[in-house]
Design a protein. Sequence first.
Length: 250
Amino acid sequence: MNHPSALHADLPPWPEVDFAAFGETETLPLSRIQKLTAGYLTRNWLAIPQVTHHDEADITSLDACRSRLAQDTGTRVTPLAFVVKALEEGLREFPRFNASLDAGGQNLIVKKYFHIGVAVDTPSGLLVAVIRDCDKKGVVELADEIGSVSARARQKGLPMSDMVGGCMTISSLGNIGGTAFSPIINAPEVAILGVTKAQWKPHRDGDATDWRLMLPLSLTYDHRVINGADAARFAVHVADALSRPESLIE
Ligand code: CAO
């Protein structure tokens, strides 16, 4: 396997422009986290042949279910906790997604644990908090943990021990907007699930039309490890699990 720095070798130099020659400018230094993230993202973008597959999940029942759960337990439950649970189910059904290539690219290491990373937007940059043993936690416990770890990440950052060992990452843009995007894989994971804003859409059912709340899913996968048909099956599986929320909270 080519070392990522070798992939840089033939690129032309970055353009050096005196922007001030064209008008007023201001220089803002990047934070330590932004600089680190920039290096990792560039490496992962260059070194992984990645493809993004798009699908959507019917979360009409899930939306009602999460409001009920929040009322019963007093915990704020966003769709993300269900997405974590559905993803964990997908990883169990499709073990190739719960894997990493070793550093030499010769072996696939399949994990028997289910730790899921959640990208958190903090004032000093993007952090990925790893939620451990998602197979052993219910939706409410996951919601509670996502809420507390993301608050901690925003207030004072996270220790490295809270950010390592993830199996697959979720990048949720929540209710901000957008219909799809291409998240970059968080190496050495082999896939990442992007989630954008759920939208009400008409659904034809025989002669009738009803309105369903649809959640866009954008699955980027490492094409060296996962083929397109399996990615499509994986996305359908996760979407199906999300459409049956009761099975996720059993
Ligand atoms: N569609 C519609 N509404 C959604 C939604 C979706 N896909 N996801 C979340 N929401 C709703 C939530 O239910 C909540 O509304 P209520 O309070 O009325 O229930 C609201 O949007 C805000 O949710 P949130 O963002 O505070 O909480 P979350 O659990 O969805 O997400 C976290 C937590 C940490 C992932 C999020 O705060 C965050 O940091 N997101 C940004 C991650 C990011 O930057 N990703 C890009 C990485 S690549 O650059």
